[in-house]
Ligand binder design. Structure first.
Ligand SMILES: Cc1cc2nc3c(=O)[nH]c(=O)nc-3n(C[C@H](O)[C@H](O)[C@H](O)COP(=O)(O)OP(=O)(O)OC[C@H]3O[C@@H](n4cnc5c(N)ncnc54)[C@H](O)[C@@H]3O)c2cc1C
Length: 461
């Protein structure tokens, strides 16, 4: 039997014994059939059942609910969107960008509301996000982000802090300023996903675990194919496997798996916290391209996450990539760089998982009434609250009960496919390497690498 608690501190402390639910034993059918019991699949099931009582919804999961990114993430339940507000404005115009940002705020509130209504103790804490400029070179990024939010009429949610104001919140080295964003929370990811699975079942949904979907068919007889049988759908099939969708032949280039890794300290002492500050439990980030994200857990540990594990040829996903030793060592070193008073602190857990990156960085939700295929994917590491939004949109699109959510720029759109190998491997490895070099040059006060603009351009397109 697989010990699922080994995949993250969150699964270990989810309060569940993680014994898999029964697998699909024979062919059957339901109104809506969903691949994947992560947040996307479960939020979709939840809202479908809430707005259409009596609907038959079945979810099929290869491992257990929360096995994927939903049970392993950094716990940021954030109004931040994978595409920056400036880029959203450029692509879709001011009104659509603003509507999307407001919908993201609404998703953070909605997660809190459902947790309360369904009795899910997901440790929801609305502490905001503090993005730190660690070096003068980061200040322009914070200013332009603040200006972009202000242009969308959302400036009241954000505050630019001086170095001194930032240090009053948290004492991190080399901080020259910060951007505070109030509409953000932190959660216990696995408690949320496991609680959601139970809420879906209470509303009549059925979840089959330990059942791998090998293929799917569109059209007049839509179905998911598993070794033990087929799951036929009367109304829709929802493909909610995020990065793992790249394992299906028909979707191999739809999404790119990129690894994000996390190291977790032991609980800090009261004296250590007194030295660090960080009393409001904001989520913390730097402006680095390699992405540093930190949380202070409810039991007083520091979670430090970062990208960096190299992309594998052919979009390979494997458990050993969760434990890429070099990246975990770099993260542990980074923690001490940020908080030198923590030199010698023990790390108790290290894990990671793949995030799903779409070719244009923009998450998508889509339902085609002809093929009967629905999907939501491509959150690039910002999926905790975004999946709540896409789940609500998919439920609307499938049941035909549309509101203004279905007009948002993430509704009824599709990202282009990634390139074929070896081009994909060459481009992604180049980008990963370039981002590391840009961050390193900034840290050392050196001028930017000559190809920085090229890497930035590719990173946006
Ligand atoms: C280390 C890490 C840190 C992150 N930190 C944050 C964060 O702090 N904030 C944030 O907003 N986002 C974060 N993310 C991203 C966020 O967790 C994801 O965007 C979100 O969980 C995606 O949910 P999902 O349901 O779409 O995908 P997943 O949670 O990955 O679920 C997909 C499920 O589908 C199942 N599946 C796939 N293929 C098949 C198949 N063929 N048959 C049956 N089942 C299948 C998988 O087993 C899996 O359980 C992080 C991700 C990682 C990996």
């Amino acid at each position: 039997m697989t010990d699922y608690s080994k995949h993250s501190f969150w699964l270990e402390t989810s309060g569940d014994d993680l014994t898999p639910r029964p697998a699909l034993a024979r062919s059957t059918e339901a109104d809506v059939v969903i691949l994947g019991a992560g947040y996307t699949g479960l939020w979709t099931a939840y809202y479908l059942l809430k707005t259409n009582p009596g609907l038959e919804v079945a979810v099929v999961e290869k491992e257990i609910a929360g096995f994927g990114a939903s049970g392993r993430n950094g716990g940021w339940c954030s109004s931040k969107f994978p595409v920056t507000p400036a880029m959203l404005e450029q692509r879709y115009g001011r009104d659509a960008a603003r509507a999307l940002m407001l919908a993201m705020n609404g998703s953070v509130e909605e997660v809190a509301l459902v947790c309360e209504e369904e009795g899910i103790d997901a440790h929801f804490h609305k502490g905001g996000i503090l993005t730190l400029a660690r070096g003068e070179h980061h200040l322009p990024m914070l200013r332009s982000a603040f200006e972009a939010y202000s242009r969308l009429g959302l400036g009241q949610q954000y505050r630019l802090y001086s170095a001194g104001e930032a240090q009053e919140r948290v004492r991190v080295t080399n901080v020259c300023g910060a951007l505070y964003a109030s509409e953000n929370a932190s959660i216990h990811p696995a408690r949320l996903v496991r609680g959601l699975a139970r809420a879906v079942e209470r509303r009549g949904g059925v979840i089959y675990e330990n059942t791998e979907v090998m293929d799917f068919e569109r059209g007049t007889a839509p179905r998911l194919a598993a070794p033990s049988g087929e799951l036929r759908a009367r109304q829709a099939i929802v493909l909610a496997g995020e990065s793992y969708l790249s394992r299906l032949r028909k979707l191999h280039r739809a999404v790119l798996p990129v690894y994000s890794l996390i190291a977790l300290t032991e609980p800090l002492t009261a004296a250590q916290w007194a030295q660090i500050g960080w009393q409001n439990r904001e989520s913390l980030a730097s402006c680095n391209y390699t992405v540093d994200y930190l949380s202070r857990t409810a039991d007083g540990r520091i979670l430090f996450g970062s990208r960096g594990a190299p992309y594998r040829f052919g979009s390979r996903i494997s458990d050993e990539q969760d434990r890429h030793a070099e990246t975990h060592a770099r993260i542990q070193q980074l923690l001490v760089e940020w908080f030198p008073v923590l030199r010698g602190v023990k790390f108790t857990h290290a894990w990671g998982g793949p995030v799903g990156m779409p070719r244009d960085w923009m998450p998508m939700t889509e339902f085609d009434p002809v093929t009967k295929i629905a999907t939501a994917r491509g959150y690039t590491g910002q999926g905790v609250s975004t999946t709540n939004l896409t789940g609500r949109i998919l439920a609307e699109l499938i049941s035909g009960k549309r509101t203004e959510l279905s007009q948002l720029p993430i509704a009824q759109r599709r990202s282009p496919n990634w390139e074929y190998e070896p081009l994909r491997w060459l481009a992604v490895r180049y980008m990963q390497n370039a981002f590391l070099r840009i961050d390193e040059a900034g840290k050392q006060g050196k001028s930017r690498p000559k190809d920085a603009a090229v890497a930035e351009f590719l990173g946006r397109h």
